[in-house]
Write a protein that binds this ligand. Structure first.
Ligand SMILES: [Zn+2]
Length: 536
């Protein structure tokens, strides 16, 4: 084995020796680029070194990382290099200081049973973050409840966890739960996810122009007041535009968009249009630009129009496309069609399922294998992350980066859409699938977005609403990631691109956490003012 490697190395060296002069003659720059001391390469090395220094000195915060409570147990947790896009080894490797871990609950039925299920799920996620920071690894990561906590914990050399709440659906109709969720550590909350909640309309209503409240419900307006009272940041990333403009007008404190990009650059209902962006600026808030490939770059309108027409023809209501993720494997018809149809089936199955195939479990149980197969079938190709039903998905040395393979599903929110698909007869379903494949072939998805495309959104936002209103998020482990920033381990690449574009250390500090911490501090101040009666 050793001999063969040596031979191979010798061969490579000989080949390079033979080839380099030819390449140099042919292309001119080939040889010079490999010489270390040219001005260009020296400038590049200096730029990288400067970026590294800035990256080390500023507090880097990613405001949206999904979690699975299965990764927060004594035997399987974030001290290990799991296949999840975020965990402690990857945060250390990439120099990511702060992870907002999300108590996410997908939208379900607006019934007492639905609320109970959602509440239990949310509580399991709050508890998971407390377990990590209080029992599993308090020496490595601390839970921040205030902006001052963030700075103090980061200065101690530990990583920082903050809890965000994605979808207030689990508060049910009990407004007191807003305070309860604050007491459990939640520091931002969105009033909806994909699909209308009892509190607010969702962005997904755009698909068929069907709305439940025309913005916020009366309970949703009460929830804004409660969030202001206790000090929970109002997150406008998933609700409808009308709901967001109403929330911004109502809120006595600045708001955030925890993970959204600029709609002017990528016309997706999850992104924020210029009017909403301007309202957030006027309100003193911050937009945490999301590095979610299919929100950063979207396919041309022709493709979506064709899919919409097809869905109309087959009576499919597309309420839930918001969370879908276009596959990194360009042109894979199943993945592409799935993502664009809203693919609720692929939704939650994705992260868990396809991974079982990517990372062999020591002793796969039938349930795990089954889940894997179902996930793979539904999602086309999974992200490579996630787990089977029983095991702990630890990244294998030398394995391809978990998220690099691109993937199908994402979280489609549209249960109705899936039900409508299921209701088709087998013949109609076959026709539908074939037509969807034709559309995918005729209008291929855009190439997967990369860090440069992502920073284009940051540039746009900075130019439009100003450096004080822009931040960063990934939506890792919830479908997020772009080429070059596919896990917490690659976080430096974002800073490097910002430095390349001429952002100063002060500006980068604001983008990476300064703005968010300022807004959070203002939210705290307003809460104190309301509680003391100084703010009515
Ligand atoms: Zn989301």
């Amino acid at each position: 084995m050793k001999t063969r490697l040596t031979l191979a190395a010798a061969f490579t060296a000989a080949f390079a020796f033979l080839f380099a002069p030819i390449a140099g003659a042919l292309f001119g720059v080939g040889v010079r680029a490999q010489t270390p001391a040219t001005p260009a390469s020296q400038a590049e090395a200096e730029l990288v070194a400067r970026a590294k220094g800035i990256h080390d000195r500023v507090i880097t915060a990613d405001t949206h990382n999904d979690i699975s409570p299965n990764n927060f147990t004594a035997d399987c947790n974030y001290t290990m290099r799991l296949t999840s896009q975020v965990n402690l080894p990857k945060m250390v490797e990439g120099g990511l200081d702060v992870s907002f871990m999300i108590a996410y609950v997908g939208q379900g039925a607006l019934t007492p049973e639905g609320y109970d299920r959602a509440y239990a799920e949310a509580v399991s996620k709050f508890d998971a973050v407390h377990r990590l920071t209080e029992q599993i690894a308090p020496d490595k990561i601390g839970l921040a409840l205030t902006p001052a906590d963030v700075r103090r914990i980061a200065a101690s050399g530990r990583k920082v966890a903050v809890i965000g709440i994605e979808n207030a659906y689990p508060i049910g109709t009990d407004i007191k739960r807003v305070k309860e969720f604050f007491d459990r550590g939640g520091r931002y909350m969105s009033l909806a996810h994909n699909g209308h909640s009892q509190l607010a309309d969702s962005n997904t209503g755009e698909a068929n122009d069907v709305w439940l409240h025309g913005g916020l419900s009366p309970l949703g307006k009460q929830a804004i007041a409660e969030m202001n009272r206790w000090g929970i940041m109002v997150d406008v990333s998933h609700p409808s535009k009308a709901a967001n403009l109403q929330a911004i007008a109502l809120s006595k404190a600045p708001v955030i968009a925890s993970h959204s990009a600029a709609r002017a650059l990528a016309n997706h209902s999850r992104n924020l249009d210029d009017e909403t962006l301007w309202a957030i600026k006027q309100n003193g808030g911050v937009v945490q630009t999301v590095a979610f490939a299919s929100y950063v770059r979207v396919a041309g309108p022709e493709r979506q129009n064709a899919i919409n027409l097809l869905n109309q023809e087959f009576g499919i209501v597309t309420g839930g496309g918001g969370g879908g993720r276009q596959g990194g494997a360009a042109g894979a018809p199943a993945a592409a069609a799935g993502a664009n149809a809203g693919a609720a089936a692929a939704g939650q199955a994705q992260g868990r399922g396809a991974a079982a195939a990517a990372t062999p479990l020591p002793t796969p149980t039938p349930a795990a294998a089954g889940a894997g197969a179902a996930g793979a079938a539904a999602a086309g190709q999974g992200r490579g992350g996630g787990r089977g039903a029983g095991g702990c998905s630890i990244e294998q040395p030398g394995a391809a980066p978990a998220a690099g393979r691109g993937g199908g599903g994402g979280r489609g929110g549209g249960g109705a859409n899936n039900a409508a698909l299921e209701a088709l007869t087998p013949e109609r379903r076959a026709q539908y699938d074939m037509r969807m494949m034709e559309i995918a072939a005729r209008y291929p998805t855009a190439p997967r977005a990369n860090v440069k495309d992502f920073v284009d959104h940051i540039d746009y936002l900075v130019k439009y609403i100003g450096i004080d209103h822009v931040g960063v998020s990934s939506d890792f482990d919830g479908g997020g990631g772009v080429d070059g920033w596919n896990s917490a381990a690659e976080t430096f690449n974002v800073t490097l691109e910002l430095v390349r574009r001429g952002y100063t250390e002060e500006q980068i500090g604001k983008i990476w956490s300064g703005n968010l911490l300022r807004v959070w501090g203002a939210v705290e101040t307003v809460a104190k003012g309301i509680q003391s009666g100084q703010i009515k």
